[in-house]
Design a binder for this molecule. Structure first.
Ligand code: GTP
Ligand code: PEP
Length: 214
């Protein structure tokens, strides 16, 4: 099974998280946090049983080259005009190597992701086109195709409903780390309680130290 992870440029992505570092505006660090969230997600994804390739489809691959250290590949989005188009670029890329395999789309903001929860989700899907909703029940953190079948991604606001309506099976396992995507400071706090990956924890610790009142 191969995974596609879409990412906008780290400076402009995850705009709802800008306040999360608790530092005055303009002190930077946002892009470091976005890259750290992705690095922890990718480390867990590449370690999951049954996962073969993990491909980041990036608007700006140069800004994300360091993510290759996680074992993921990083490719450009070839002029895709939005998130779902970027996912289709990744799908074509993976299908050109393995037309009959399962492909999945995984969000890049799962810093508490545990490899065993991702593997359990793939096992529950058991060859069906299926998805994991986020912890709020409205978004999607993982969408899987059937073997050789179309991914047909419908990410965006209300994507859990859109994926259900398009015939994808909602996965039922709890998998809190897989459902814990981070869009807001509140989501980041939730992920902290689950147990953050090393890179995200390090970025937050550094910012706390450097922005503490003197
Ligand atoms: N390659 C690529 N990735 C995208 C594109 N649009 C969104 N993404 C990524 O898809 C994921 C979900 O995107 P969004 O929910 O639109 O935006 P976001 O970056 O999470 O955050 P906000 O700015 O707070 O809305 C994020 O990892 C984005 O970086 C796109 O056009 N191309
Ligand atoms: C695009 C989505 O994610 P988010 O807005 O949570 O990043 C989605 O859940 O479909």
């Amino acid at each position: 099974m191969d995974l596609i992870v879409p990412m906008k440029p780290p400076r402009s992505g995850k705009s709802r998280l800008r306040a999360a570092l608790g530092c005055p505006p303009g002190t930077g660090g946002h892009a470091d946090l976005v890259r750290a969230l992705a690095a922890d997600t990718l480390r867990a994804a590449t370690a999951a049983a049954g996962v073969r390739r993990v491909v980041v489809v990036a608007t700006d691959p140069g800004a994300l080259a360091e993510l290759r250290d996680t074992g993921a590949e990083v490719i450009g989005e070839c002029g895709a005009r939005d998130l779902n188009a970027a996912l289709r670029v990744g799908e074509r890329f993976l299908r050109s190597a393995d037309p009959g395999g399962v492909v999945g789309a995984l969000q890049a903001d799962l810093p508490a992701l545990r490899p065993e929860e991702l593997a359990a989700a793939v096992a529950e899907a058991s060859g069906r086109r299926a998805f994991a909703a986020d912890r709020h029940g409205t978004g999607t953190t993982l969408l899987l195709s059937a073997p050789g079948g179309p991914l047909d991604p419908r990410f965006g606001a209300g994507s859990a409903r859109a994926h259900t309506e398009s015939g994808a099976a909602p996965l039922l396992l709890p998998a809190p780390s897989l459902r814990g995507d981070v869009d807001t400071p509140g989501d980041l706090e939730h992920a902290r309680l689950l147990g953050l990956g090393e890179r995200t924890a390090a970025v937050l610790a550094l910012r706390e130290a450097s922005c503490a009142p003197r």
